[in-house]
Design a protein around this ligand. Structure first.
Ligand code: GLC
Length: 747
């Protein structure tokens, strides 16, 4: 017995010596990876392709493991998720260091819009069109998460979404590939920082690959039926932008595309991502999505599921156990060449080296840095700034807003006024053992803003859902005592997010009835709408004098809302997604084809592509958002009207702040390719500028039109620009076109 133990111990010591020696020599990461790979057994290789959930919170159907410690000790786990904090990650990393080769774990977490400091939900942030602010949000989130043991975030979610019934529309950047691509790029740069290996950087993860947002009926996890042309021209660009930003990882999507589950889709993962786009990182499945191919009906069992996923290019198995249970056997059976597994292992080990985890497996586990960064006073300041920039002013009749700070009595009414955690939206992070309760409620935000000369009254009025109107009387009485009423209504935060699709996207319950009762008092009313998706609220939109769409704004929600209400910040946000008139209008988006019988207005719609019982227009269009000031667009100049393919056209336009408030305007440049070999959208966003102007100030902004902006996928899926006429549209929204011109692309 003693002899055996001595031999085992010697082997472990020798292996460790060889590994350390191999790594110690000055080698490239690729050489180091090869050195480690050579020492690995098949079981250890398969182990690296396996990600387990920690035992805390689950973000999918849980599999309870009783022997996780032993599996990690024997090198059968490569990563954990939902394991947070320096203490707990250190504990698991110590277990990994007991394994034969001491290959460190990576720790993944859904740091979607903040860690301890919560930022606005991503769809709200997208309303800012402010790429610096969006990058800052991701940067702060990464700084906090990386100080707390996390080195991999499952973000940014870059799925284009055009159906507000889909709960995960809250998680992305809306309907447009141009805007969403720029935002994807900014978010990856924010999360990954200067470069991987910095202790304040985390690996980003472009998800969900691909077309998850096109689920039929807006029903989460549902099938996607899509032409390759639509996939390439609308749903893939933000993923390509993430690759261009050097994103470290990708995550597969749950859905099938035309019957092929993404996790088993070779065309997506090997041909496009790892082939054409030369992606060098690794792909993780979504939670259990390998095993779920059995439900899809494209494989019979776990053995076939593992085969389908590894051959299609899925490198790591999140939580399904398919790889752990089947991959070694597939290799022994000669079904899967070990080279495929080696490629996946190398991709994962490469990232672990890049993160510096082989040098120091505990470099993300410094409790002092954790305390410092999670309490960094600059972070709430950043959160407040990003939140203010995410609030959309939808209506402001008779300049009711901004409110005067000398208003004598304000009635703040509604079920969300004093809500705290609701403001964090979905995908917030509750860091165990860390006080994540810091949220400035809307009520507190107003308290912070107004002096004690102002009387602030409160009434809840009603609940978010349900039909109980008992609180109306009190609310009306409170309103009658006030000079102005602020009504905060909307969804519950758990009404959007994963597995939160809704067939009815009206403001729930009797909240609009409450508005009606308050309007009857004749008092001026400002409505705040809190939601994670575009809602339908025609009564409010038509009858409330002022409306702010406040989404879910995170830790600094109350302060940001107060800043906008009282004019300390002039709202500048614009919608990244169309707001439908009714759920029956869905899908409705601005970049649509003209069709053979276009409906050009609501008057003569007979024999046109329209609904007989509904206007052709959405409630609020893509790119829409107001300001407390006004902007004039003038002096559109083009350097030429004929462009050759190796050419460019310089465009300039003058924007003047013609109001009395300083403010920011998001100037949008759309193109319409009038005639193409295939129908082209009536307009497409091709660029934008966010310009800050003092009252009365003018600025000339410049754009460049190049061949890339004129190109599209033709019927043969070739990326081409075709000669012909193009309309140039400069707008304050996709519908509020202020200046027009045209030019021609010549052979
Ligand atoms: C979830 C989500 C995915 C998330 C993962 C881990 O099911 O689809 O976006 O990153 O599981 O929580």
């Amino acid at each position: 017995m003693k002899k055996t133990a001595f031999i085992i111990l010697s082997v472990i010591v020798l292996n460790s010596f060889f590994l350390q020696t191999a790594l110690a020599q000055e080698k490239s990461i690729a050489q180091k990876v090869d050195s480690v790979l050579k020492l690995m057994t098949l079981d250890e290789k398969v182990g690296q392709l396996n990600q387990y959930n920690d035992d805390w919170t689950a973000t999918g159907p849980m599999t309870i493991d009783t022997n996780k410690v032993r599996q990690i000790q024997s090198g059968k786990v490569g990563a954990l998720l939902n394991c947070m904090g320096t203490e707990r990650t250190r504990k698991w990393q110590k277990v990994a260091m007991q394994s034969r080769l001491k290959i460190p774990l990576i720790f993944g977490q859904d740091v979607i819009h903040g860690y301890k400091t919560t930022f606005p939900i991503p769809l709200a942030e997208a309303c800012s069109w402010d790429l610096d602010a969006i990058e800052l949000s991701a940067r702060v989130s990464a700084t906090e998460a990386s100080a707390s043991g996390i080195n991999w975030t499952f973000a940014p979610m870059v799925d284009i979404a055009r159906d507000p019934r889909w709960g995960r529309i809250m998680e992305g950047a809306g309907e447009d590939p141009c805007l969403a691509s720029k935002i994807a790029y900014a978010r990856v740069k924010g999360f990954q920082g200067q470069k991987l290996g910095e202790t304040n950087s985390v690996m980003a993860c472009a998800k969900h690959f691909a077309a998850y947002g096109a689920a039929i009926g807006g029903r989460d996890y549902n099938s996607v039926d899509m032409s390759e042309k639509l996939l390439w021209e609308t749903y893939l660009p933000p993923f390509k932008a993430a690759v261009d930003a050097d994103v470290a990882t990708f995550m597969d999507s749950f859905n099938d595309i035309n019957g092929v589950p993404s996790t088993g889709n070779k065309y997506l993962q090997r041909d496009i991502l790892k082939g054409k786009w030369e992606f060098g990182g690794f792909v993780v499945s979504d939670w259990g999505s390998i095993g779920e191919m059995i439900n899809h009906g494209t494989v019979k069992n776990g053995y076939e599921a593992a085969y389908s996923a590894i051959t299609a290019g899925c490198d790591m198995d999140m939580e399904s156990r398919s790889y752990t249970n089947n991959l070694a056997q597939l290799i022994k059976d000669g079904k899967v060449p070990v080279a495929l597994v080696d490629d996946a292992v190398k991709r994962i080990l490469t990232k672990k080296f890049e993160l510096g985890l082989f040098d120091d497996p505990f470099r993300f586990c410094d409790p002092e840095r954790e305390q410092r960064e999670l309490n960094n006073p600059d972070h709430p300041v950043a959160a407040r700034d990003v939140a203010r920039k995410s609030i959309v002013l939808l209506k402001n009749q008779n300049h009711l807003l901004p409110l005067s700070k000398n208003t004598r009595t304000i009635a703040f009414i509604g079920p969300l006024v004093k809500a705290v955690n609701q403001n964090k939206g979905f995908w917030d992070v509750d860091v165990p053992g860390i006080d994540s309760s810091y949220v400035v409620s809307q009520w507190d935000g107003l308290q912070h803003k107004i002096s004690n000369k102002v009387k602030l009254l409160y009434a809840k009025g009603c609940s978010i859902d349900g039909d109980n109107k008992d609180g109306f009387t009190e609310a009306v009485n409170v309103a009658k005592q006030a000079d102005v009423v602020i009504l905060s209504i909307g969804e519950r935060r758990d009404m959007t997010g994963e597995a939160k699709s809704r067939s009815n996207i009206n403001i729930p319950g009797v909240q609009e009835d409450l508005l009606k009762a308050l309007l009857a008092t004749g008092k001026p009313i400002v409505v705040l709408i809190n939601a994670g998706r575009p809602l339908v609220f025609n009564y409010t939109a038509d009858n409330a004098p002022a409306i702010l769409y406040t989404w879910w704004l995170g830790s600094e929600a109350g302060n940001a809302i107060a800043d906008v209400l009282f004019g300390d910040y002039n709202p500048s946000a614009k919608l990244p997604v169309t707001f439908p008139l009714s759920v029956g209008q869905i899908p409705i988006y601005y970049a649509h084809f003209n069709t053979g019988r276009p409906a050009l207005n609501d008057n003569n719609r007979f024999y046109t592509s329209s609904y007989n019982d509904l206007s052709i227009y959405p409630k609020f269009e893509f790119g829409y958002g107001l300001s407390y000031t006004t902007f004039q667009y003038s002096n559109l100049q083009m350097s030429k009207k004929k462009m050759y393919s190796n050419d460019q056209i310089k465009v300039s336009v003058t924007i003047t702040n013609t109001g009395k408030y300083d403010g920011e305007e998001i100037v949008q440049l759309y193109l319409h390719d009038v005639v193409g070999s295939v129908a082209r959208p009536v307009e497409e966003l091709k660029d934008f500028r966010k310009v800050k102007l003092a009252a009365g100030q003018s600025e000339t902004i410049k754009f460049i039109i190049d061949l890339e902006k004129l190109s599209f996928y033709n019927q043969q899926l070739q990326w081409v620009a075709e000669p012909g006429k193009f309309d140039l549209l400069i707008g304050a929204s996709s519908r509020d076109i202020r200046l027009k011109d045209s030019f021609e692309l010549v052979e």
